[in-house]
Ligand binder design. Sequence first.
Ligand SMILES: [Zn+2]
Length: 450
Amino acid sequence: MSDPKPELSLTDQTVKLLQALIRNAAVNDGTPDSGNEIASVRTLDAFFGKALDVPGIQSEVVDPHPGRSSLIVRVPGRDPSARSLLLIGHLDVVPVETAGWRRGPFSGEIVDGEVWGRGAVDMLTLTAAMAAVTKQAIAQRSRLRGDLVFAAVADEETGGDYGTGWITRNRPDLLRADDALTEQGGMLIDPSRPDSGITLGIGEKGRSPRRIHVTGVPGHGAVPWGSRSAAEIAAEIVLHLLRNPAPPVILPYWRSFVHALGVDADLTAALLDPARVDAALPRLDDLAALGHALTRMTVSPNIVRAGDKLNVIPGEATIDLDIRVLPGQTAAEVDEWLQRTLAPWRESIRVTGSLFEPGNISPTDTGLYSRIITVFREQYPEALPAAVIGPGGSDGRFLRAQGTNVYGFGLYSPRLPLAEFRGRLHANNERVDLESIDLTTRALAKIVLP
Ligand SMILES: [Zn+2]
């Protein structure tokens, strides 16, 4: 007689799954043939095993492009009128620069209580926890009121064309849910204070990229004096844009974030005053850049091109602007701002591009939002909720567009506060401590199976 295999705890399941997902190295470099998320879909398929054969459980793999697989599992609840909940995690990770890492970036090894590897915080820990909790929910499905949907998706890191974007366009039925949880929440802002703010993602900025075409006067590179090079004009414009950011706009979520910072009344007042916020931001130290991004449209001149021959003064240049807009800001506001700020170069430039994806935000007066806060407070009883929006884009925008309330979730230990977490995103030496994995897994289980 053989002993039955001892059951791994929910957290241990998450840890093992996280290690396996890191080791799959589902690196999305932006090309269609990268990612190879199919390896992680197979890992998840093996993890769920017979659970996916349980009657009533619907599971489906979609492959919009060879290797770019997403797995969606729907677990029916007992009450069809109850709100449904989608847990959506991405499987892909961004590339690494191995030379900068102190441990193997795809090792998944545990050193000093931390799991190392690309994806540890963005966002394989949460994806693994979602899978573990979903498997438990299948085993205990009589406890589920509304439907539970688990989606492990491809291609989040390059815009979702082979993942959530594709699915919401072509198979919206698969991801249909009233509420959804995804990444980016549950980090303490200042773990030294018992009443630290704790973040809860409620939205994200939109984007509106533009290209500036610069026209100068070409000439011989050996005689540059008095020339008007397109490279020179482009350089002036780049410096101008970086030194003259768009004016700040104070929105309600910024108020919530500032109040949760727990800084003195003076600094709080300055951070909430459009006339004083820019001067006050540096006092936020490692959160200053985030504060800057959350209080305005940002314009980052990220690709600059001029010239292709060494002895020719370039007559043409282009500047590609990565522009991120706040919820509520419009394409017209973007174009008006550019016209105004670039007026001194009006004769030499032309701006093209019309793509506009709006910022988006979910309400905070919902049952799920307060449930999340309750679960956070079971761990950090005095923590102040800080509703935040992400400065970048995520798959949440596709879901909000189809009417789903989406919240950024997780629950992290004092070892992984907000600034540290943000510093590990897409960076060298990405890793996550075991306590954060445990907190995240157990908090998610409380939400899904109250
Ligand atoms: Zn992510």
